[in-house]
Write a protein that binds this ligand. Sequence first.
Ligand code: NI
Length: 196
Amino acid sequence: MILPIVAYGDPVLKKKAKAIEKNHSNLSELIENMFETMYAAHGVGLAAPQIGLPIRIFVIDAAPFSEDEELSDEEMKQLKDFKKVFINATIVEETGEEWAFSEGCLSIPDVREDVFRNERIKINYFDEHFVEHTEIYDGLAARVIQHEYDHIEGVLFTDKLSSLKKRLIKGKLTNISKGKVNADYRMRFPLAKKTR
Ligand code: NI
């Protein structure tokens, strides 16, 4: 089932999300809905707060990024097969140089800005079968995880911009929260009091 994506300005996006239990009700259905919602919006990642749930789950399918011609063959392959569910994740280490990449977010349509993040992460998480993993990611794969991980920590990429950049996009963000934006997928706007 495709769910409406919560837009910028909804308090759920600012909340630190809570861990879930293994027997969380309808977990597999929730995961399925999250993938379906993400694909319908042409995203590469979606976190539970973006569908209004303050719990620590995010899903990623980075395959669309694997088409980038500037990537090495190895990176391309890594991204092509990168479809995963991250439950109760903790980033335990971030290392390497900070690099800039133009990020966007399904909750913030039509806004793209360069965000600086560390090159490499070590992450601990549970998969959809509640099997625990600790893995290391770098490059674009790490980037997508860092963005989604921020969502479950109540952080948006716009929070990481310079104060000048924040001022420049403030009006645009206010408009998004009011529903004054064109997105080609279903959204729920906190200040518009309607879903469309
Ligand atoms: Ni996002």
